[in-house]
Write a protein that binds this ligand. Structure first.
Ligand code: AMP
Length: 399
């Protein structure tokens, strides 16, 4: 069975075609700058690459590019679209409506649309992706939606209700939802597998550290808390996002600078975090390089990030009542061994011991344990694979 995984953004559409017989990636690519000037990149599992500038006025036109590439003589991986058994879509916001992956029908599309106020850019784009797929494939190819929020739907009320007047929860569904759920789900199950244990018997903290970052506490196989909130702005500091703040910082700066709610939203989401503190870049690699050459603000940005990670691991260890395993994943978690080292050495008080050499080697897609045999807590680096989870869920539902 071959499954096409789609991640539709407002101006981009990423895809992977996965052969479920061995879970290999047959082809992947990205339609970028949809509705602007347009760029398309497609690469195959055996190393063929096709790249072109092409105008795509909407997601349906982007989907046609994907279709043509998949069946092209030179860069194709299938003979015809009939070989695609199903399509799985990544959906950012499932709200309280969707606590698991489901097959797409008109009611499901309406449900995703009804959540647009909670994730205006993302959910609107996802619906465009689903409709584009329906136009190109017709309704004979089943579609499945997999939600970033679903894995977090097990959180207890005390973790997801914000202490603002309760009526805002009732009126607008303002609450913590959490994001990156598909990634936390993948790495937590994979970690349990590597440990030879059942996830239900483990207390685990999973750290998804990338451009956007979130940390999740898992007990009895269920999420009990996660750092992102109503939106992906909450939690630890990120590439361009603040993470958690005293809410008065927002009202104070807005008043002083005469900024509107929209302008504040842009400042908090796009101009803060690594970029805002360092003044150099949102990219960890650039900021780390600047810090190494003595830039004090770049160093400060790194210190804040490592401090934030440490604080979340500390507080989640308390809410879990101990921790058996800590997992690092995503761009920074998988590659920046220096942050892992700082955080883990600071956790020595609770028996965390890592092998520094192993830690330095565990980069660029390598998977494995970086803690020593006598460490009280197992520490793993596990490359995330959200597309594979989407494909597996899609296959399970279609079957
Ligand atoms: P993501 O959002 O998961 O793609 O992660 C993006 C972040 O990961 C950026 O801050 C990058 O600096 C960092 N990153 C990605 N790849 C590497 C790498 N090979 N080495 C170090 N950092 C990386």
């Amino acid at each position: 069975m071959k499954i096409l995984v789609i991640n539709a953004g407002s101006s981009s559409m990423k895809y992977q075609l996965i052969d479920m017989t061995d879970e290999s990636v047959l082809a992947k690519g990205n339609c970028e700058r949809i509705g602007i000037d347009g760029h398309f990149k497609h690469s195959t599992g055996d190393g063929r690459v096709f790249e072109t500038d092409v105008t795509m006025t909407n997601h349906t036109e982007a989907f046609v590019q994907i279709k043509n590439a998949l069946i092209s003589e030179e860069y194709g991986v299938i003979q015809s679209l009939d070989e695609v058994s199903a399509v799985g879509h990544r959906i950012v916001q499932g709200g309280s409506l969707f606590s698991e992956s489901v097959l797409v029908n008109e009611e499901v599309i309406k449900g995703i649309e009804s959540l647009i106020p909670l994730a205006p850019l993302h959910n609107a784009a996802h619906v465009q992706g689903i409709r584009a797929c329906l136009e190109v494939f017709g309704d004979k190819v089943p579609e499945v939606v997999v939600f970033d929020t679903a894995f977090h739907s097990t959180m207890p009320e005390k973790a997801f209700i914000y202490p603002v007047p309760y009526e805002y929860y009732e009126k607008y569904a303002v609450r913590r939802y959490g994001f990156h759920g598909t990634s936390h789900r993948y790495v937590s199950h994979r970690c349990a597998e590597l440990m030879g244990k059942d996830l239900k018997d483990l207390k685990m903290i999973t750290c998804h550290l990338g451009n956007g970052s979130s940390i999740t506490a898992i007990k009895d196989g269920k999420v009990i808390d996660t750092s992102m909130g109503l939106t992906p702005l909450d939690g630890i500091m990120m590439g361009t996002r603040t993470g958690s703040l005293d809410p008065s910082v927002v009202t104070f700066i807005a008043e002083q600078e005469h900024l509107s709610a929209e302008e504040m939203d842009t400042m908090l989401n796009k101009k803060s975090g690594f970029l805002g503190i360092s003044g150099i870049s949102s990219d960890d690699r650039d900021v780390t390089a600047a810090a190494e050459s003595g830039n004090p603000r770049a160093q400060l940005a790194i210190d804040i990030l490592e401090y934030d990670i440490l604080k979340y691991i500390g507080s989640y260890t308390a809410v879990l009542g101990g921790v058996d395993a800590i997992v690092f994943t995503a761009g920074i978690g998988e590659n920046q061994s220096s942050h892992r080292s700082s955080v883990c050495h600071a956790l020595e008080f609770m028996g965390v011991k890592i092998d520094d050499q192993l830690n330095e080697q565990m980069i660029r897609g390598k998977e494995g344990k970086i803690s020593t045999e006598d460490s009280a807590v197992a520490v793993y680096v596990i490359p995330t694979n959200e597309e594979l989870v989407i494909a597996r869920d899609t296959m399970a539902l279609v079957k």
